[in-house]
Design a protein around this ligand. Sequence first.
Ligand code: SF4
Length: 303
Amino acid sequence: MATVKELVADHSRQFSLRGRTFVSVYPVFSRRAGGISVGVNLNLDRGCNFDCIYCQVDRSAPPSPQLPALRELPGIVREELELLFDAISTGEFFSRPPFEDLPENLRLVRDIAFSGDGEPTLSPVFLETARIARDFLSKKTMSGDPPPLRLITNGTGLFSRDLRTKTQEIFLEQGPGEIWLKLDAATPASFDRIDRSHIPFSRMMEGLEEIVLSLPVTLQTMVLDFGSPGSPGSLISDRTFWEPLLERVALWSQKGARIRAWHLYGVARTPALPEVRRVEPSRLLAYAEEARERLPFPVEVFA
Ligand code: SF4
């Protein structure tokens, strides 16, 4: 029997149903989505152009040697979505572990989310698979409104205007959908420490600004501490972290950014690096309060 808290902490990609071990699709309970989120993992090799210190993906072990060929992945995703949604509609899904004790009001599919073990927009089959998921949702008969298609991204694939336009069509225009865009840092030092990417900070800020000015997005920021205060390599998300971040978002807002909301969230699942520490909720709430006074869109906390 798993509690809601345990389900929030467990976003395992391992899922099997009716004797089939899933390759890409993985259902989890999402505190931010407020129900079941059906994840789509296109980065089976765990490839990412970031190496976030809070990432829960363990890249120390080699990927499975039995990965399917990339060209087969979109078809696999369709099959897995069909099987999973069939089990949900018959009630089978909620009669088995780990979701069998989920309260009735949380037994809702809140989204199909492209997320997974790396940056989804970098996958060569991202657009093809997203079209398949959209087509699946459009044709599927369900009780109630169909869940949205959600993209959870660090934005780097969307720096390409062409990919951005096609993503907008699939995720935002062909049916209900959202783009959740990561913004973890607004200074070169904190970006280098938190996201550990080879992409220059100035390029990141320029690219993210292009995205927020052209697409409606929900911003998401992980607020964490790393190591003990004063210890070598430590990082504390104090005012030197927070003020540039708020300034950056306020500036984008003044320029006409289409930001729908800003999610500030704390560590909920075990990251790969043990030095990552959860911040006390009061710090997140104080930052959110300050942001609400400056910004014209909702600021939500998931501590
Ligand atoms: S962008 Fe996402 S998948 Fe990539 S390292 Fe960061 S948290 Fe992990």
